[in-house]
Design a binder for this molecule. Structure first.
Ligand code: NAD
Length: 423
């Protein structure tokens, strides 16, 4: 029987691989192989029927050597401490790849928000904020949205934290609504960033948008905005899946119409959209999607999606990882030996944290940028990130993932060396 997937082991395996390649000092390697802080909180929440339900939540800070910690908060029934630790470590590398001055963090609560009322989610969020407020703050650790959390959840975090300190502290979270210190462009930034690095790769390999067929797994914040930007670029999006099933249309899905449909549909789901063949069973739909004859496969849902069981079936020329950790290290080797060009998560989905960084800077300065400035700066940072990584991959004759890790781990290790070990 196969051992259950453990994202933390996977994250350590990825670090070990790069440590050997860059001859990382064993002491620094050991430091980076552990998380600086992990807070486990118990959250009693008053439910609508008057009962009290107790949820478990986590906030983990992996590394603070390059700046305050930064990372999203996930609400999902499958959240584990090891998953949160892995995502915190990936955040450290992500911020370092695109060279923004943060360390990595992540948070999560084991819950199923689709089974909870808005008021219950608010109660849960406020209690979580209160419990983790001892380690978060604008100069300490700045949460953001992740799976099943959104601008409303960020607003409750900001409000609860502000009540505690006695003044408005917009810089404590990013991904807020624009009306209360959010940044223009944040909601779609991860998808836009993924489109920008993919577009650079397409130019590099002389791929014309009209001939670049795309399949996207996940149609949430990341998947839907990536679809929107690639559609605007002229790429046919031929398949999309979400938890309600999969939509397939070889001629290209009408993305603006699908976006309109999901905006109105309960839970924002793609089910019920008429513009293509619909497969109701999610597993079947995902299997079909992963094996499609397309140029680009974009996993934008959850981790552990491309595994040794299905990596051989991937026919796409490129994989752009909108999600965190969608490809296991073993599957990665299979993709590499089959010549699939992988734009790794720590580069491909760094657009979100980049615009979160802009939001935080704007909040601290109380000076807000227009959308053109955001787009211009995001384009500059993502394009630079792509070319920095590509240059290492070509020089070292290695995958984009290994190159991105080499760049990131070296940057963090240098900061550790400069700072030294306290005391
Ligand atoms: P989201 O909750 O907005 O969307 C998740 C989507 O995945 C939904 O459409 C859901 O239906 C779908 N999904 C879930 N399980 C699925 C399955 N088994 N098969 C197909 N689809 C499935 O979350 P999001 O913010 O878009 O995050 C998606 C991924 O991107 C996560 O790995 C997250 O960590 C990563 N990420 C998000 C951001 C961000 O800014 N939101 C930034 C970087 C990375």
């Amino acid at each position: 029987m196969r051992a259950p997937f453990n994202p933390w082991e996977m994250a350590c395996q990825q670090l070990d691989l790069v440590a050997g390649k860059i001859d990382l000092d064993p002491g620094i390697h050991a430091k980076l192989r552990s998380c600086k802080r992990a807070l486990i909180v118990s959250l009693p929440v008053q439910m609508d029927d008057g009962s009290i339900q107790v949820f478990e939540g986590y906030r983990v800070q992996h590394n603070l050597d390059r700046g305050p910690a930064k990372g999203g908060i996930r609400y999902h029934p499958d959240v584990t401490l090891d998953e949160v630790k892995a995502m915190a470590m990936w955040m450290t590398w992500k911020c370092a790849v695109v060279n923004i001055p943060y360390g990595g963090a992540k948070g999560g609560v084991i819950c199923d928000p689709s089974d909870m009322s808005l008021k219950e989610v608010e109660n849960l969020t406020r209690r979580l904020t209160s419990e983790i407020s001892i380690i978060i703050g604008p100069e300490k650790d700045i949460p953001a949205p992740d799976v099943n959390t959104n601008p409303q959840v960020m607003s409750w975090i900001m409000d609860t934290y502000s009540m505690g300190v006695g003044y408005s502290a917009p810089g404590v979270v990013t991904g807020k609504p624009v009306e209360m210190g959010g940044s223009l462009g944040r909601h779609t930034a991860t998808g836009r960033g993924a489109m920008l690095v993919l577009h650079e790769a397409m130019k590099r390999f002389k791929m014309e948008p009209a001939e670049t067929r795309i399949a996207i797994q996940g149609f949430g914040k990341v998947g839907s905005s990536l679809a929107q930007y690639l559609d605007e670029l002229g790429c046919p999006i031929v398949a999309v899946t979400d938890i309600s099933g999969g939509l397939f249309n070889q001629k290209g899905i009408d993305i603006p119409a699908l976006l309109e449909h999901t905006r109105a549909a309960p839970g924002g789901l793609i089910a019920g959209f008429a513009g293509g063949d619909f497969v109701e069973d999610v597993e079947t739909a995902n299997r079909q999607l992963l094996g499609l004859e397309v140029e680009v496969l974009a996993p934008c849902a959850l981790e552990n999606q491309i595994t040794t069981e299905n990596a051989h079936q991937v026919k796409a020329r490129m994989v752009v990882e909108g999600a965190n950790g969608p490809t296991t290290p073993e599957a990665d080797e299979i993709l590499q030996s089959n010549g699939v060009f992988v734009l790794p998560d720590i580069l491909a989905n760094a657009g979100g944290v980049t615009v979160s960084y802009f939001e935080w800077v704007q909040d601290l300065q109380s000076l807000f940028w227009d959308e053109d400035s955001i787009d211009r700066e995001l384009t500059r940072i993502m394009t630079r990130g792509f070319h920095d990584v590509m240059e290492i991959a070509e020089r070292e004759q290695c995958s984009m993932r290994l190159a991105a890790y080499m760049l990131a781990v070296n940057r963090v290790a240098n900061a550790v060396r400069w700072r030294g070990v306290f005391p």
